[in-house]
Ligand binder design. Structure first.
Ligand code: BG6
Length: 491
């Protein structure tokens, strides 16, 4: 349970706040994980009365919270809800914010412990951080804490990421800066650590001797959903590969950390990311694509260039696939393929470890060509669980073989439902617990991995490869794997 504290949400009128952050605050309160006098302050450029803001929070909670709505919990939360109207550049607004927080400290007992969540466009980080510093909000009085939370993208490339870190570092101590990668808040992603390091059975095969290649997929069936302003110019590789997929890669490939403390965990992630590289022939081993018109969920959908707010000549990637090699003893010669895309056939995220085929198949006279290789698939979402695929004898045949699946599902194994990623991460911010937040060196290493690819795509001067909405991406993605002798999984 978090101690006395207040959370200030900048950009509280945005999608993230409405769909994820505000509901997560309520779910935490409902689970008894917030202190009774918790303060929640919205800051936005709207001329709203506090009551209007409270109604907006209530609507967001009723529509999107994971747990049931309870009047008593809501009434208690309401006591600490405040709204501060103003622009980020407005000094008076920051003075009002300061007065509001002082008032919460006195009336709600928030104890001077304040977390500032910057759910604002990356271009606004600078001014927000500078204002917090200028108005003394970043300085913690003795015995209390001040923390800042930022959302990706952490910069646009390595140079801008470093610049952002320098600016944050001028206002906040390193241990007070929380970079959110919401994938690390997912139960199934944390389970990667449990699965790998709590069991004996998988470690012996978790290496180049048994694993042939790894596919990490994050597919979405949605398009850009009105987020043109954010998405265009950023694209799939920066939006998803740089953070979520590189983190999944690190957790899959790293060595066992001495502990799950932030420093030890990050040290292992950094070590493996430092050994990761993209192949030198980037044209053969990377693909960027863009969706055209097609079908999604049984209805016709427009292509990316026809979406509202997208320039007709945009070269933004909505699909990206890259091969990563890891130069160490465990993984030498095992390609990791990372792919993500919008408007693919379905929403699914998984890490699939494909094992080598048996060196000899003693089934004379039996067709074994249809037998796939063994695979271990960590199903991150939405059907959370783990699948083990292997060959089995088809009953009532002399010796016909077929691939079968052995499944673990969260739904059938646990009565508890998984908290939303943001519940866990917001609670960790309030507790000052750092392990689930990427450290700046990890962010730098993932830009180092991606920068050459992004540069290559920009220098090509051609449009991304076309794919029809509702298909698994451009033909070039299939060709990329075929050249290495593999094919993409159809999860
Ligand atoms: C976000 C991306 O980080 O993750 C979005 O910016 C994407 O483009 C989203 O839709 C997907 O998150 P999840 O948890 O639904 O897989």
């Amino acid at each position: 349970m978090a101690g006395p504290s207040a959370l200030v949400l900048f950009g509280v009128t945005g999608d993230l706040a409405r769909k994820k952050l505000l509901p997560a605050v309520y779910d935490l309160a409902n689970r008894g994980l917030l202190p009774p006098g918790f303060g929640l302050v919205g800051f936005a450029r709207r001329d709203w009365a506090a009551e209007h803001f409270a109604e907006l929070v209530e609507d967001a909670v009723k529509e999107h919270a994971r747990t049931e709505f309870r009047e008593d919990v809501w009434k208690q939360l309401l006591e600490g809800i405040r709204f501060v109207p103003g622009d980020l550049a407005d000094n008076e607004a920051f003075e009002r914010l300061k007065a509001t927080l002082t008032d919460l400290d006195e009336s709600q007992g928030t104890g001077g412990n304040h977390a500032f969540y910057l759910s604002v466009p990356p271009g606004a980080f600078d001014v927000a951080v500078a204002q917090l510093r200028r108005h003394g909000l970043a300085n913690r009085p003795k015995g209390s804490w001040r923390r800042v939370v930022i959302e990706k993208p952490f910069g646009h490339d390595l140079a801008s990421a470093r610049q952002l870190e320098r600016k944050l570092g001028r206002a906040f101590e390193p241990s007070s800066i929380f970079r959110i990668d919401h994938y690390l808040g997912k139960e199934t992603v944390q389970n990667l650590l449990a699965f790998r390091f709590a069991n004996t059975m998988f470690e012996p095969i978790w290496n180049r001797t048994y694993i042939d290649h790894v596919q990490i997929t994050m597919a979405e069936d949605i398009g850009i959903e009105g987020r043109a302003g954010y998405y265009d110019g950023i694209g799939a590789a920066r939006d998803v590969i740089q953070n979520h997929l590189v983190q999944l890669l690190a957790l899959t490939a790293m060595e066992e950390p001495t502990s799950f403390g932030a420093d030890n965990l990050s040290a292992e992630k950094r070590k493996v990311l430092a050994a990761a590289r993209t192949p030198s022939d980037l044209d053969a081993h990377t693909v960027h694509g863009q969706y055209g018109a097609g079908w999604a969920g049984g209805r016709e959908v427009p292509g990316y260039l026809e979406e509202q707010g997208i320039p007709a000549d945009s070269r933004t990637d909505t699909f990206a696939a890259i091969r990563v090699d890891i130069d160490n003893r465990r993984w030498a010669g095992v390609p990791f393929y990372l792919r993500t895309g919008k408007r693919l056939p379905r929403r699914v995220t998984e890490v699939a470890l494909n094992l080598r085929r048996a060196p000899h198949l003693p089934f004379n006279g039996t067709d074994v060509r249809s037998l796939g290789s063994n695979a271990l698939v960590l199903r991150i979402q939405p059907d959370e669980g783990i699948t083990l695929r292997f060959g089995a004898k088809v009953p009532a045949t002399p010796m016909e073989l077929r691939d079968v699946n052995m499944d673990f599902g969260y739904d059938s194994s646990f009565a508890e439902s998984s908290p939303e990623a943001y519940e866990r991460l917001l609670l960790d911010v309030l507790l000052g617990s750092e392990p689930l937040f990427p450290q700046p060196e990890e962010v730098e290493l993932s830009w180092k991995l991606l920068d050459p690819v992004l540069e290559r795509w920009a220098n090509l001067g051609t449009a991304p490869d076309h794919y029809v909405s509702g298909t698994w991406g451009p033909q070039s993605a299939a060709d990329m794997l075929a050249r290495d002798g593999f094919s993409w999984r159809r999860p």
